[in-house]
Structures are given as structure tokens and as C-alpha cells.
Design a protein around this ligand. Structure first.
Ligand SMILES: Cc1cc2nc3c(=O)[nH]c(=O)nc-3n(C[C@H](O)[C@H](O)[C@H](O)COP(=O)(O)OP(=O)(O)OC[C@H]3O[C@@H](n4cnc5c(N)ncnc54)[C@H](O)[C@@H]3O)c2cc1C
Length: 348
């Protein structure tokens, strides 16, 4: 086992959809130290990711793991079918097709997993949803206060409209909202998208960035108090000594101070990070460290850390920096459906 040089309460493997949400929720407790590890990069400002119509440009790009399916005789799969998975902060939510569809209530209930029934799922979906179509905001199936913006597509090809009309003319039900479980979901219509003013909303934008930007309340309160005190003092001076020379000087000084404070408050709002949340990109986890060797015969080996390769540190081999970390609380695997051990793993 590698010697672990750092310890966190939670180590989250994979900064994709699940990883970003968990990083936000776990770090809400200031006493918890959380580390998020992601092999990809931040997609902030990347047009290919932000602009929905660029979706096809994402496949086989730097934002895609570009997995290839193995040929399997029984399923008659051809070799090398492209299997897209997002490789970025935001994971596959940074490269997916953006359709906002929750699945069916019947499925959630039929699976009969405790806490995952349709009623519980609806509550969870509504907590996340930021619905922007006015007519849906008061629907019992929607909510407009969550962090994931959902809206109608800004641009619709006229062929889509004709396709829907043709299907309706053939007797298919028209659906204006596929997530209205009371209405039913079979039929034709246009999907809503997880976008805000036409731009992609991925999990890093909806859940990670707000956590990293949380304002430092202590500093803000301190500055607000100082500003109030300063303003009172200046007003007192200007009111009581209007004829005193130096009034203009004080006025200028006050304006300058107010500008400086506003600038500082904006700065603290946007750039101060939750000190207990750390995000590392360009790192690929290669091993989960257990407290017992997996062949020790003991049934319940516990994950106590991870080993990762720092891909930014070099082009492979010895140039890569190998790091081991301990997790006092838990190691949470969020490396996606294809997963941590299927991702390209040249140095296991
Ligand atoms: C092309 C495509 C289109 C889709 N379209 C839609 C759609 O329209 N609507 C919809 O609701 N859903 C859609 N999905 C599905 C949806 O995006 C996924 O279900 C969801 O993003 C999965 O979230 P996740 O957290 O499980 O995995 P991901 O979001 O994929 O996150 C996994 C993360 O783990 C990282 N990782 C992998 N290996 C390692 C490692 N060794 N060490 C550390 N980190 C690692 C990855 O880089 C990635 O960031 C689509 C998915 C794809 C790929």
C-alpha cells in the first residue's frame, strides 16, 4: 500500500453529475473536509460544451472518454461502437443531450426500493428543478426554485414541428410535458432542456460552482459594519460642520471608500471558496485503498483512501506523480456507469 500523505473526511472519486452534487451537499457542513478528484478539466467558457447545438463536436473530443464497445457475438455488436462518457467537471452532464426526462412513476414504484418510490423521487426532482416555462411553475409536478434550469428549446427546426403534427394526425397523443405523471407519457411532443437562456446547465455549473463561490459571511458582516460606522461618522461631520473647510475632501473620501467596499464585497462573494472543499482536476484515481487486503478472507474490508495519478504532472511513466490519500469518513465512488476500473487505466 502507498503511504498516504493527506487526510480528508470524504474523498469523492469523479467530478461528474453525482460527484458535483455530493461535493456541494457534503461540504455544506463546514467541519467536514471534502476532496473531489476528476481526470477532466473545468468546462467553464468552453463553447463546445456550453452551446447545445455543438453536441456532436463533443464526441471523440477532449471532453469525452471515447470508450469503444467490445464486439459480442450474442448481442451482434459490431466492434468499436463509440460509447460516449463525459470527461470534465460535470461529467456526462457536460456532454449529454440535455433532455429533461425523469422516467416513469410506475418504474420507480415497481422497483420497490425503500426511499426511492415515485413520491420520494418527485420531491427530490422538484428540489433540483428550476422550471422556466411559466405555465408549468404552479404544476404539482414542477418547481421553479431549484438550481437546475429547465426550459423549452430556444430554437426549433420546423421539421420537428411538422413531425409532431404528422404523428398527432395519425392518432398519437400530443404531449406538452413528458414529466407530468398524471397525464401519461406515451405520445409525441418536444422535450424540455436543461439549459438557461439557451446555454447548457451541467452539474459543475448548477452544484459545484455555487459551493466554491459561497460568500464568506464573516468578512462581509465585518465590512458592512465598518461601512455603516464610517458613513455615520462622515454624515455627522458634514452635518455639524458644514462651513468647515474640508467638506469636499470628506465627500470624495467617502465615495472612494464606498467604491472600494463594493468592489471588495463583490470579490468576496464571487471568489472566496468554501475552505473545506477542494477540487483537483487532471487526476485519475487508479486504486481504492482498503484497510484489509481484499484476499484476507475478511468479509467487510473498508475503503480508507485512494491512490491517484496526477496526469498534469507529466506524460506518463515516472513523470506522473502518484499520490495516496486517506479518507477518515468515506470514499465515495462517482466515476460513472462505465466506471473507475473500466476507464483507461494504463498504470493500475
Ligand atoms: C452522450 C450522452 C447523452 C445523454 N443524454 C442524456 C439526456 O438527454 N438526458 C439525461 O437526463 N441524461 C442523458 N445522459 C445520461 C446522463 O448524462 C448520465 O446518466 C449522468 O450524467 C451520469 O452521472 P454520473 O455521475 O453517474 O456519471 P458522470 O456524469 O459520467 O460522471 C463520472 C465522472 O467520473 C470521472 N471518472 C471516470 N474515471 C475516473 C477515475 N479513474 N478517477 C476519477 N474520476 C473518474 C469522469 O471523468 C466523470 O467526470 C446522456 C449521457 C451521454 C453519455
Amino acid at each position: 500500500m502507498l503511504a498516504a500523505d493527506e487526510e480528508f473526511d470524504y474523498v469523492i472519486v469523479g467530478g461528474g453529475t453525482a460527484g458535483c452534487v455530493l461535493a456541494n451537499r457534503l461540504s455544506a457542513n463546514e467541519r467536514t473536509r471534502v476532496l473531489l478528484l476528476e481526470p477532466g478539466q473545468s468546462a467553464r467558457g468552453a463553447l463546445k460544451v456550453t452551446v447545445p447545438v455543438a453536441l456532436v463536436k463533443l464526441f471523440n473530443s477532449e471532453w469525452d472518454w471515447s470508450f469503444k464497445a467490445h464486439p459480442r457475438a450474442e448481442s451482434n455488436l459490431r466492434a468499436n461502437i463509440h460509447l460516449a462518457r463525459g470527461r470534465a467537471l460535470g461529467g456526462s452532464s457536460a456532454t449529454n443531450a440535455l433532455l429533461y426526462h425523469r422516467g416513469t412513476a410506475e418504474d420507480f414504484d415497481a422497483w420497490a426500493c425503500d426511499g426511492w418510490g415515485s413520491a420520494e423521487m418527485l420531491r427530490a426532482f422538484k428540489r433540483v428543478e428550476g422550471q422556466r416555462r411559466r405555465t408549468l411553475r404552479s404544476s404539482p409536478f414542477h418547481s421553479s426554485s431549484g438550481p437546475v434550469s429547465v426550459e423549452d428549446a430556444r430554437y426549433t427546426n420546423s421539421l420537428s414541428t411538422r413531425f409532431v403534427e404528422a404523428a398527432v394526425a395519425q392518432g398519437h397523443a400530443r404531449r406538452d410535458d413528458f414529466n407530468d405523471w398524471a397525464e401519461g407519457q406515451d405520445g409525441v411532443g418536444k422535450f424540455q432542456l436543461q439549459t438557461r437562456r439557451g446555454r447548457r446547465v451541467h452539474a459543475a455549473a448548477s452544484h459545484l460552482r455555487p459551493a466554491l463561490r459561497r460568500p464568506n459571511l464573516e468578512v462581509r458582516t465585518y465590512y458592512l459594519l465598518l461601512t455603516t460606522y464610517y458613513l455615520l461618522l462622515t454624515t455627522y461631520y458634514l452635518l455639524l460642520t458644514p462651513t468647515q473647510p474640508g467638506g469636499t475632501y470628506y465627500l470624495l473620501l467617502t465615495t472612494y471608500y464606498l467604491l472600494l467596499t463594493t468592489y471588495y464585497l463583490l470579490l468576496t462573494t464571487y471568489y472566496l471558496r468554501r475552505p473545506n472543499l477542494e477540487v483537483r482536476t487532471s487526476v485519475r484515481v487508479t486504486r481504492v485503498l482498503l484497510d484489509e487486503p481484499h484476499d484476507s478472507g475478511k468479509a467487510a474490508a473498508r475503503a480508507v483512501g485512494v491512490a491517484y495519478v496526477d496526469e498534469a504532472a507529466g506524460g506518463g511513466g515516472d513523470a506522473e506523480r502518484r499520490v495516496a490519500l486517506r479518507a477518515g469518513g468515506e470514499v465515495v465512488l462517482c466515476a460513472g456507469a462505465v466506471g473507475i476500473f473500466s476507464s483507461p487505466n494504463p498504470n493500475p
